[in-house]
Ligand binder design. Structure first.
Ligand SMILES: N[C@@H](CCC(=O)N[C@@H](CS)C(=O)NCC(=O)O)C(=O)O
Length: 208
C-alpha cells in the first residue's frame, strides 16, 4: 500500500491522477497548509523539504513530481502511462515533466511564495507583477511546441497529461489570458471528464 501526502490545490494532484489512472493501491494523507503542517516536526520526518507531494513506498520515500510520476508509470506498467519500451519517447516525457517542474511551477511560485527568494516588500511585489508574463510565456511554449495533441505525447495518454492539467489549473489565478491557449483549454476539458481525474480531485479534498 502506497501513501501519498497531499494538500488541496497543489502540484500533488498530478501524482494523485497518476495513482488513480494506474489503479494503484494507495491512501492519501491530506496536510493542513493553513496550520503549517508541512513544516511541522512529524511531516519533516516524511519529507525534510517540507513540501508535497511525497510518496511513501515499501522501499522508502520519493519526492519531486517527475520522479513520482515516472515511478508510478514504471511500477504499474499495465496501465500504459509512459512509453517504457522506447528510450527516446521516455526521455521526451521526462523533458516535458522536468520543464513543468523546474520552470513553469517555479514561475508560478513567484506569486504565492516569493518569500523563498526575497524579503523586501518591493521585491515581492515585483516578482508577483512578473508572473502573468512568465507563466504566459512558458505556457505559450507548451501550447505551440510541446503539446502534440490530443495528449501531450500525441495519441498516447501519459503521466504528463495529469501534470499539465494540474499546473494548467493555476493559470487564471496567475493572470494568464487562457482564451489565447485554446489547445491547453481543450486538453483541460478532456482531462476533467476522465473518471480517474474526478476521483483524484475528490482524494485531494480528503474525500477519496
Ligand atoms: N519540485 C517539487 C515542488 C513541490 C512544491 O513546491 N510543493 C508545494 C505545493 S505545489 C508545497 O508543498 N508548498 C509548501 C510550502 O511552500 O510551504 C515537485 O515538483 O514536487
Amino acid at each position: 500500500m502506497l501513501t501519498l501526502y497531499v494538500a488541496p490545490g497543489t502540484c500533488a494532484l498530478a501524482s494523485l491522477i497518476a495513482l488513480e489512472e494506474a489503479g494503484a493501491p494507495y491512501r492519501a494523507v491530506k496536510l493542513d497548509f493553513a496550520a503549517g503542517e508541512q513544516r511541522g516536526e512529524a511531516y519533516r520526518r516524511v519529507n525534510p523539504k517540507g513540501r508535497v507531494p511525497a510518496l511513501a513506498t515499501e522501499r522508502g520515500i520519493l519526492t519531486e513530481t517527475p520522479a513520482i510520476l515516472a515511478y508510478v508509470a514504471q511500477a504499474f506498467p499495465a496501465a500504459g502511462l509512459a512509453p517504457l519500451d522506447d528510450p527516446f519517447a521516455f526521455a521526451e516525457l521526462q523533458a516535458f515533466n522536468s520543464y513543468l517542474c523546474s520552470t513553469v511551477h517555479v514561475n508560478h511560485a513567484h506569486r504565492p511564495r516569493g518569500s523563498r527568494w526575497a524579503d523586501e516588500e518591493t521585491s515581492l511585489a515585483d516578482m508577483k507583477r512578473k508572473v502573468p508574463e512568465t507563466m504566459t510565456a512558458s505556457m505559450r511554449l507548451v501550447e505551440d511546441d510541446y503539446l502534440k495533441g490530443p495528449w501531450v505525447l500525441g495519441e498516447r495518454y501519459s503521466v504528463a497529461d495529469g501534470y499539465l492539467f494540474t499546473l494548467g489549473n493555476w493559470l487564471e489565478g496567475d493572470g494568464v489570458e487562457v482564451g489565447r491557449l485554446p489547445r491547453i483549454l481543450d486538453h483541460r476539458a478532456r482531462m476533467a471528464a476522465r473518471p480517474a481525474v474526478q476521483r483524484a480531485r475528490a482524494a485531494e479534498q480528503g474525500k477519496g
